[in-house]
Design a protein around this ligand. Structure first.
Ligand SMILES: [Zn+2]
Length: 137
């Protein structure tokens, strides 16, 4: 059984960025430090540009919770089922964010960004709830 959120095994390094594959959400990505450089995923084989990876800047986005956040993000990304992705694709097409034939890379950027925003939103609510508890305590 895998360890749950909060007991992550994510390595800590001098890098203050967390990068994830836009297609599978995997953290095992190779990324050039150069802007516009190449990136790839060791899990699903995605290849593209570094800018297309889902990136978190931990120092200002998240403070000290980065390890929890990385693992949590992976779990959030994993709930994007095929049905959910199909429905999302339909909505993006309807509103003109995608065209037929669907650009898979662009779609992956949208879904990666959605997973990131979901993860952040949940963390932000949690932060607010903790603040509110402190006030009333
Ligand atoms: Zn991948």
């Amino acid at each position: 059984m895998e360890e749950k959120i909060g007991m992550g095994v994510v390595q800590q390094g001098p890098n203050d960025k967390g990068r994830f594959c836009p297609t599978c959400g995997g953290a095992d990505v190779v990324a050039s430090e150069l802007t516009g450089g190449d990136g790839s995923c060791n899990i699903c084989g995605w290849k593209g540009k570094v800018d297309e990876l889902v990136t978190f800047h931990f120092s200002h986005d998240l403070g000290s919770t980065e390890q929890v956040f990385q693992n949590f993000f992976l779990d959030v990304r994993a709930i994007f089922s095929r049905e959910l992705l199909e429905k999302m694709g339909t909505v993006l097409l309807k509103w003109g964010f995608l065209d037929m034939p669907i650009d898979k890379k662009l779609f992956a950027r949208y879904t990666g960004a959605v997973a990131k925003a979901m993860t952040k939103a949940i963390f932000e609510v949690r932060k607010d709830v903790e603040k509110e508890r402190h006030k009333t305590a």
